[in-house]
Design a binder for this molecule. Structure first.
Ligand SMILES: Cc1cc2nc3c(=O)[nH]c(=O)nc-3n(C[C@H](O)[C@H](O)[C@H](O)COP(=O)(O)OP(=O)(O)OC[C@H]3O[C@@H](n4cnc5c(N)ncnc54)[C@H](O)[C@@H]3O)c2cc1C
Ligand code: FES
Length: 257
């Protein structure tokens, strides 16, 4: 069930260039279940910035009553979040959206997880839950440069993990699709989150395969009321889907990328 809570900051640390790992405690964690869902965070108690910022759930820990999000400092909202200290409160609405379908991956099968930059965080909870279900997980993580890389070891604890950087300063030089081709990575289902060009490349590279893509569209309300996040449906000029409430995860081909 969607709820709203002033959650307490348990910890916050810088884990890569402009990238922070923020752990929050609260009752709302018990409602968080599906990897790929997100929370809508109010960055400041004041009216500015007015809008909440959508951030993916990276790790859900029901026992500790804590959830972790990883975010990159981009503008005003995320800059304000970096100032939060343990014990501070953060106004959180969630969990929102429809996440990655776990049942698309057969037990004993192999899932390929492909993340780009700030699209990497939701794949961590996904890797955890797939592994629990007996699915083999292979991860390919793309970043701009070495200083931006995070969670390589954390993903490696679930299975084979490859890193690519655009500038070649770490791992394979090039894109995530270069790694997939070079290593001839096979899969039963592919899950991805990252910038649209990356998602488009994956959808085009693997047509007619089970490919699930999480879109990080700009959002307003986050709950299906404002139309800020609409995406067109292929073959129609009038039909659309809302990323916040129909997604953010869609099967490739379901929306125009
Ligand atoms: C479902 C969903 C999940 C997301 N999960 C994460 C996450 O786990 N970690 C993370 O770091 N970010 C995530 N994002 C993106 C994040 O919401 C934005 O980076 C954030 O809202 C920027 O807020 P700001 O106030 O700091 O920047 P703003 O001042 O609003 O914008 C600053 C700059 O960031 C760009 N920007 C803003 N929103 C987006 C966006 N959605 N995609 C690309 N560029 C954007 C703007 O164009 C501008 O250049 C997610 C977005 C969605 C929709
Ligand atoms: S953000 Fe308002 S409808 Fe999606």
């Amino acid at each position: 069930m969607i709820g709203r809570e002033r959650m307490t900051v348990a910890s916050q640390r810088l884990i890569a260039e402009r990238t922070y790992e923020l752990t929050l405690s609260g009752r709302l964690v018990q409602e968080m279940k599906q990897p790929g869902q997100f929370v809508h965070v109010k960055a400041a108690a004041s009216a500015d910035p007015l809008l909440r910022r959508p951030l993916s759930l990276c790790h859900i820990d029901h026992k500790q009553g804590q959830c972790t999000i990883i975010y990159r400092q981009e503008g005003k909202g995320t800059a304000l979040l970096t100032q939060k200290q343990p014990g501070d409160v953060v106004d959180v609405l969630g969990p929102l959206g429809n996440g990655f379908p776990l049942e698309a991956a057969p037990a004993g099968g192999r899932a390929l997880l492909v993340g780009g930059g700030i699209g990497v965080p939701p794949l961590y909870e996904l890797a955890k839950q797939l592994t629990k279900r007996g699915v083999e997980v292979v991860s390919v993580l793309g970043f701009q440069t070495k200083a931006a890389v995070f969670y390589e070891q954390e993903f490696a604890s679930f299975g084979e993990t490859y890193v690519a950087t655009d500038d070649g300063s770490y791992g394979t030089a090039g894109r995530v699709t270069d790694v997939i081709e070079a290593r001839s990575l096979e899969f039963d289902v592919l899950y991805a989150c990252g910038p649209k060009p990356m998602l488009r490349a994956l959808a085009e590279r693997f047509p007619n395969r089970p490919v699930y893509l999480s879109l990080e569209e700009r959002m307003g309300c986050g709950v299906g009321a404002c139309f800020a996040c609409v995406c067109h449906v292929p073959g129609s000029e009038t039909a659309y889907k809302k990323v916040c409430s129909d997604g953010p995860v869609f099967r490739a081909g379901e929306v125009v990328l």
